[in-house]
Write a protein that binds this ligand. Structure first.
Ligand code: KG4
Ligand code: ZN
Length: 360
């Protein structure tokens, strides 16, 4: 069962080919990615219309590259998967349009995939794949969730952010520090030179007793600190000029302190989820899962508790087509796709807002 997968929910076009034959963990046969970061950088964030147009330009050349890597013709593909949501509507429509058109031309089924399911199953493509059941910490630019995962399609939401996502907290703090977009990796890099204890930023909901998160207050605290360091009026606006008044050491200290606050909350809540569920495995997925400090602290905390931690390969932490093809492959193996011989439906539909808990 060869599955071609398309990811186009935001600012990366990802295409990949996965072999989900038999019952072995699906294998990645080819994988190509185009990141739009450079294109959006000039605007300080993702411009949805530009993102959609670029997905159109990239989808077919990336498909050719993936098939060339695998040494297979398009006609060998048995099903085509695409990200149905959540994400930017226009960007999602490109992936679904390409996938449906291609599948229809081939007379093969099309498989709509939930983007977050792709993220949380992505460690199955690593050298050390997890076993069910596990707790999943999903930390991306748009989502921060703790899930109990009992199998493919069996997801129970344990807690989530009530406002900003962890990636958003990284991105917004980075923007206040003049570090551009995307902020997470840039902020983590600057933090290496700074002191994590230079400033005491809030750890929201750390002791709330539940598994929810809140990161919106952190942005305000960072802004207040940046204004103080820039000798700006506390009630003044957040402008790009504020960060220009800071020296490199101050930027590094704020970066390190805010990263420490985000990571501490993520680690403590993940361990609380492990305790609540009694499970002994943790899977970390989504772009923020690439953060080195988060990995270091989770590894240390989990080792103390005898908990195994699994991550996707570093290059599969952020958005990619492999996780979409993989999720479709695992759904196929779990018997969750329509039976062979069922007339394919080329729906062409997307769900920009789509809670993972609504997925069966
Ligand atoms: O999963 P992802 O690629 O896209 C979404 O589905 O949102 O996650 C992107 C997020 C961004 O907020 C980015 O700043 C963050 O992941 N990110 C990081 C790192 N690499 C990516 N945050 C902290 N440290 C990193 N090394
Ligand atoms: Zn993502």
């Amino acid at each position: 069962m060869l599955i071609l997968g398309f990811e186009s929910s935001c600012d990366e076009t990802g295409v990949a080919l996965v072999d989900a034959s038999g019952s072995a963990v699906p294998r990645l046969l080819g994988h190509a990615l185009h990141s739009q970061i450079e294109m959006h950088q000039a605007y300080g964030g993702v411009v949805p219309e530009l993102a959609s147009r670029d997905h159109i330009r990239r989808a077919l050349p990336l498909t050719d590259a993936v098939l060339a890597q695998a040494g297979l013709p398009l006609s060998a593909v048995d099903a085509i998967a695409y990200t149905r949501g959540p994400g930017l509507a226009g960007a999602l429509l490109v992936g679904s349009g390409v996938a449906c058109a291609m599948a229809m031309a081939l007379g093969k089924p099309v498989v709509p995939v939930h983007h977050l399911e792709g993220h949380l199953l992505s460690p199955f493509l690593s050298a050390d794949p997890p076993e069910f059941p596990f707790v999943a910490l999903l930390v991306s630019g748009g989502h921060t969730q703790l899930m109990r995962v009992d199998g493919v399609g069996r997801y129970e939401l344990l807690g989530e952010t009530i406002d900003d996502a962890a990636g958003e907290a990284f991105d917004k703090s980075a923007k206040l520090l003049g570090l551009g977009y995307p902020g997470g990796p840039a902020l983590a890099k600057r933090a290496e030179q700074g002191s994590a204890t230079a400033y005491k930023f809030p750890r929201p909901l750390l002791h709330s007793g539940d598994l929810d998160f809140s990161f919106a207050g952190l942005k305000t605290a960072v802004l207040t600190q940046v204004k103080r360091l820039a000798h700006a009026r506390p009630e003044g606006p957040a402008t790009p000029q504020l960060a220009e008044a800071l020296d490199a050491a101050q930027i590094a200290d704020v970066a390190a302190s805010v990263q420490a606050a985000i990571v501490e909350v993520l680690v403590k809540k993940s361990l609380a989820a492990i305790e609540t569920t009694g499970l002994k495995r943790l899977v970390v997925a989504g772009g923020v899962g690439a953060n080195a400090l988060l990995r270091e602290q989770l590894n240390a905390a989990c080792a103390r508790k005898g908990v195994r931690v699994h991550y996707p390969e570093l290059h599969l932490c952020t958005d990619n087509g492999a996780m979409i093809a993989l999720a479709a492959g695992l759904r196929f193996q779990a018997g969750l796709l329509p039976a062979a011989g069922t007339a394919p439906v080329y729906h062409f539909d997307v769900r920009p807002r789509w809670p993972l808990s609504e997925l069966g």
